[in-house]
Design a protein around this ligand. Structure first.
Ligand SMILES: O=P(O)(O)OC[C@H]1O[C@H](OP(=O)(O)OP(=O)(O)O)[C@H](O)[C@@H]1O
Ligand SMILES: NC(=O)CC[C@H](N)C(=O)O
Ligand SMILES: [Mg+2]
Length: 506
């Protein structure tokens, strides 16, 4: 779940891009990158690491220009090498750089086509480099010395015909402008906004509205599924629907975990959706345990806080911060290796004993995926003296892999895969485990915008909306990207040390 941003400003945008990427850091903590354009030159800086580590003053000084794009990466394809950090660059036509959030499901076929038919070379294992080259090839086919919105939209149309899967994209065409588009299902979020300045209107495109509001931009709207917007360097904006078939089916996991609560996605407040998740889960608890003996509700920071707060309120019990999070440790779920994730949970969370001793506690998390967090947490609650430890998940059981930009490629790594709720309960060591019902989860988001009827929820029900995913695909993906093979190929930390610029290690 990467974060993408693009700004067409009236003065240097480097600091604005930096600030926006910092606001989007929760979407990707593996690598960061930024590219600006001035006087016929691109200025690009990207590397593994957090935004604050990748961009030092010496880099910022050189990132000149009033147009630019940026990316924070959480790898879901290829490797975590620094050479796969984004934005990617291709020199022909015009010079194009691209930042992508999502995952192509036909990257391998496209890569072959690019080589055999389009005579283009892909040097990394990243699906985003493939996507960039498809776009570049289609733009080149238009054959214009100066591209206008017509050529740009024609290229996006062709991308929709060739690419499958999830893609929210921001690309910069040297000297001309920025184009942003969203796949025909709008699986991944992307929106745009504007800001009036004394020099004129500035535009910004970002994965989440929180990046706009933090920088003083006003949200105009989400980019529609299949739609493209093109903003020329002088600030002229064009939009066009570029997909023949399009229907908004956004990823429900954005509302469960990925997005910040202060974002509004497809007109749904993430915060309110999470409150409703808490409300509905409390109803379920009351239904299943009308005479419950819960003394206190304790969230597992950070993401579950909003739902847990509402649950406590509706159950009529105290809400207490029983676990304190070390704010200097990142999100564990999006870390690349299981060993690192496991170690981080203990380092990250510490129990306040007095909230546990002798009490029946209900621990609430937004989701249980591999079970790394809840196994540790249940034990920590017991060590702190809890009488009974109940566990509630604001999302249903995650039983199937994800192929649209969440790194859950291997069913066998999911704690609930091929297991009943009771078996998971036993495995995590809880006295009782309750999951949200899928329909309740969907309703929690839907109530924010009744026009969004369907959500991409394959991790819960195994239904893949792009229609191109079968058992063979999932088995291959599992073999390629399970934790063991990732470790074998790249080591827990990735391979940034042994790569110089171009990715060439496998
Ligand atoms: O079952 P698991 O595989 O452990 O995954 C689920 C956990 O991971 C996430 O937390 P994370 O630490 O990534 O981020 P947060 O601080 O935003 O909650 C999520 O909020 C759950 O707590
Ligand atoms: N999480 C994402 O959106 C990742 C984008 C792209 N698939 C990559 O791995 O770089
Ligand atoms: Mg968490």
């Amino acid at each position: 779940m990467c974060g993408i941003v693009g700004i067409v400003g009236k003065e240097n945008v480097n600091q604005w891009l930096y600030d926006a990427l910092t606001v989007l850091q929760h979407r990707g903590q593996d690598a960061a990158g930024m590219v600006t354009y001035q006087d016929d030159r691109f200025f690009l800086r990207k590397d593994n690491g957090l935004v604050r580590d990748v961009f030092r003053t010496r880099h910022m000084k050189r990132l000149q220009g009033h147009v630019g794009i940026g990316h924070v990466r959480y790898p879901t394809a290829g490797s975590s090498s620094s050479a796969e950090a984004q934005p990617f660059y291709v020199n022909s036509p015009y010079g194009i750089t691209l930042a992508h959030n999502g995952n192509l499901t036909n990257a391998e076929d496209l890569s072959n086509d690019l080589f055999r038919t389009d005579l283009r070379h892909i040097n990394t294992t990243s699906d985003s480099e493939v996507l960039l080259n498809v776009f570049a090839h289609e733009l080149q086919k238009q054959g214009k010395l100066v591209p206008t919105q017509d050529e740009v939209f024609a290229a996006v149309k062709a991308v929709h015909k060739r690419c499958k899967g999830a893609y929210a994209v921001i690309a910069m065409i040297t000297g001309y402008g920025i184009v942003a588009f969203r796949d025909p299902h709008g699986i991944r979020p992307v929106c745009y906004g504007k800001r009036e300045t004394s020099r004129g209107v500035e535009y910004m495109i970002a994965s989440e509205s929180v990046a706009l509001s933090a920088l003083g931009f006003t949200l105009v709207r989400d980019i529609e599924p299949g739609e493209a917007i093109y903003i020329e360097s002088d600030g002229q904006l064009y939009t066009q629907q570029c997909a023949d078939d399009h229907k908004l089916i956004p990823c429900i996991f954005e509302h469960v975990y990925f997005a910040r609560p202060d974002s509004i996605i497809d007109q749904i407040s993430v915060y309110k959706a999470r409150l409703r998740m808490g409300e509905k889960l409390a109803e379920k608890v009351k239904r299943l345990k009308p005479e419950h003996d819960i003394d206190v509700v304790i969230p597992i920071p950070d993401t579950s806080r909003t739902s847990a707060m509402q649950m406590a309120h509706d159950l009529g019990v105290k809400f207490r911060e029983g676990f304190i999070k070390n704010r200097y440790i990142g999100r564990t779920f999006i870390m690349p290796g299981q060993q690192q994730r496991k170690k981080s949970v203990r380092q990250k969370l510490n129990a306040i004993e007095l909230e546990f001793r002798g009490k029946n506690v209900l621990l609430v998390d937004d989701s249980i995926v591999r079970g790394t967090t809840c196994k540790e947490i249940v034990q920590m609650a017991r060590d702190a003296g809890a009488e009974k430890v109940y566990f509630a998940s604001a999302a249903p059981a995650v039983r199937y892999p994800n192929v649209y930009g969440i790194d859950m490629p291997a069913a066998e790594e999911l704690i609930a895969h091929n297991r009943t709720d009771k078996e998971v309960e036993k495995l995590i060591g809880a006295d009782w485990l309750v999951y949200q019902d899928l329909e309740d989860l969907l309703e929690s988001a839907r109530e924010g915008n009744p026009h969004v009827q369907d959500f991409e929820c394959s991790v819960f029900n195994g239904e893949y909306i792009t229609g191109d995913i079968d058992q063979n695909y999932l088995e291959r993906l599992q073999q390629l990207r399970n934790d063991a093979s990732k470790n074998k190929q790249h080591g827990e930390q990735g391979t940034s040390d042994d790569i110089i610029d171009l990715h060439n290690n496998d």
